[in-house]
Design a protein around this ligand. Structure first.
Ligand SMILES: Cc1cc2nc3c(=O)[nH]c(=O)nc-3n(C[C@H](O)[C@H](O)[C@H](O)COP(=O)(O)OP(=O)(O)OC[C@H]3O[C@@H](n4cnc5c(N)ncnc54)[C@H](O)[C@@H]3O)c2cc1C
Length: 466
């Protein structure tokens, strides 16, 4: 696609007045007062400076924004919260398009166990709405992540080992494609697009709504325990041994955490390096069985387990909700034998001098490892664990240290690496082929050529040529 050189088109955009045709939403330009706030992503380390920004409030306005960009030779970066903004190429030749729809953004159909989610909703909004109906949804660990980017990247949930990837719970997408058409992609209409959207991201258009299946769970067995980080080797040996034959009803994580010394961190772990284990069990006995394995370990510094409202699961992991500057990345691991465990502890544990705020192992397997019936491109993964590291990027020094510590962690576990990566967690040096293999990557490119022949949309993990 021919993209005008930056100076030409930046001038062209700057020359526009704010007045637009009725179905074109308001566009925010770099000289506008609102620009500095509107350009921010959740991940503040992504210093995105788009040529223009648009916050459409309806699917018609999204179509208007696509037209606006087309008329000015701009590419388009659809985004909701910006949790994954670090994985995007620079936006200086792009319209940043963030749907912020009017009216209720979540509608729950209790009888059909389904919710319709509209542009701008976060998982916090969705969990709040579905819990009022005594239901839950396959959300992730952070209430401030949006369901759109999450399902477009697969969606790894605390309900994953029982029910698979959240993307395969989506029954339809409403999407505005590059030609400005508002489409419904489901198992019957535009089924190729439906397949691609379930795991392979925002390269195909702007999502304005999804319909997703819900889970009839108003309570679950769940909990978390925090121990001094020095205890990590023993805890990890017990946890990884249990994981080898764990029931599918339990999904858990193991983390090495360095909580900051801030007031909103609970006192027992404020500024204290810890090892943490959390889990959700859809079977109380299975959950209690996991907890009992740690009876002979030292008392946790903090934590608790038991039945609780399923709505509480969205904050179980304690992810930061407010915007932060961070650098993270993830790979998948086949196994966690003694050598792998020693490498993990050595790279991120108590003696490591690592600055990573979290070095996280998420348990895979169960339904996450079995082909989903009529699933999307991310049907399942063949791996035992996901390793995800993240640290702060407040300034050049902390960014460099985080990058180095992240590289060290991922390199240490390289011999145990599974062939694929998870689209929604990989943030650096990742291609479609890395996530889905050569055959699916080729099919995804063909589907992109069909729905976005000009390669207008900017999304993570696109081929270098865009
Ligand atoms: C603290 C934290 C916790 C996380 N926890 C989990 C977890 O538990 N499970 C999990 O699976 N993932 C998790 N993730 C990863 C997260 O799912 C991805 O970063 C996801 O892409 C975020 O989606 P978003 O829409 O909020 O972010 P964005 O950065 O806004 O979106 C990411 C990408 O999705 C696409 N996209 C977003 N909105 C639209 C749209 N309207 N139309 C078209 N494309 C769009 C775009 O390609 C965009 O670049 C976590 C990430 C963080 C930072």
């Amino acid at each position: 696609m021919a993209i005008p050189k930056p100076p030409d088109y930046v001038l062209a955009v700057k020359g526009q007045s704010s007045a637009q045709s009725p179905d074109t939403p308001k566009v925010i330009l770099p000289d506008d007062e609102a620009y500095e706030t509107a350009r921010l992503s959740w991940n503040l380390a992504a210093d995105q400076r788009p040529a223009a920004i648009c916050l459409p409030t309806s699917a018609d306005e999204v179509a208007g924004a696509i037209r606006y960009a087309g008329e000015r030779g701009l590419r388009i970066a659809p985004q909701t919260t910006g949790h994954m903004a670090m994985a995007l190429e620079p936006l200086d030749r792009a319209l940043l398009l963030k749907p912020e729809f009017d009216g209720p953004r979540v509608e729950v159909d209790r009888a059909a166990l389904s919710a319709r989610i509209r542009g701008g909703a976060t998982w916090g909004d969705v969990v709040g709405a579905v819990s009022e109906a005594g239901l839950t949804v396959m959300h992730g660990s952070s209430p401030s992540v949006s369901p759109f980017g999450y399902v477009l990247g697969g969606g790894l949930s605390f309900y994953g080992r029982a029910h698979g990837f959240a993307a395969n719970r989506v029954s339809s997408f409403e999407i505005v494609t590059a030609d400005g058409e508002i489409r419904r992609a489901d198992s019957e209409q535009d089924s190729d697009l439906f397949w691609a959207l379930r795991g392979a991201g925002g390269s195909f258009g702007v999502i304005t709504g999804i319909e997703i299946g819900l889970l009839p769970l108003d309570e679950v067995f769940a909990g978390i325990g925090f121990w001094p980080m020095a205890e990590a080797p023993e805890l990890l040996e017990i946890w990884s041994g249990w994981a080898k034959s764990a029931p599918d009803s339990v999904t858990s994580t193991f983390r090495l955490l360095r909580p900051p010394p801030l007031e909103d961190v609970p006192e027992p772990i404020r500024g204290v390096p810890v090892a943490a284990i959390d889990a959700v069990a859809l079977d109380d006995d299975a959950g209690a069985g996991l907890v009992a394995l740690f009876d002979d370990c030292s008392e946790p510094l903090m934590g608790g387990w038991g039945r609780q409202p399923s709505s509480a699961v969205s904050r179980l992991h304690g992810d930061p909700e407010d915007p932060l500057p961070g650098i993270g990345d993830a790979i998948l691991l086949n196994e966690l034998d003694a050598d792998a465990r020693a490498r993990y502890i050595s790279a991120a544990g108590a003696e490591s001098d690592s600055s990573l705020v979290a070095a996280e192992l998420r348990q895979l397997g169960g339904a996450l490892g079995r082909p989903a019936e009529n699933g999307g491109v991310l049907s399942h993964v063949d791996a035992g664990f996901m390793l995800f590291g993240i640290g702060v990027a407040f300034d050049p020094d902390s960014s460099a240290k985080t990058e180095a510590d992240l590289d060290r962690l991922l390199a240490a576990l390289e011999p145990f690496r599974a062939p694929r990566r998870l689209y929604g967690f990989a943030e650096r040096d990742c291609s479609l082929e890395d996530c889905f293999g050569p055959e699916s990557a080729t099919r995804l490119e063909q589907i992109r050529d069909k729905y976005d022949p000009g390669h207008v949309f900017i999304a993570p993990h696109q081929a270098a040529a865009g």
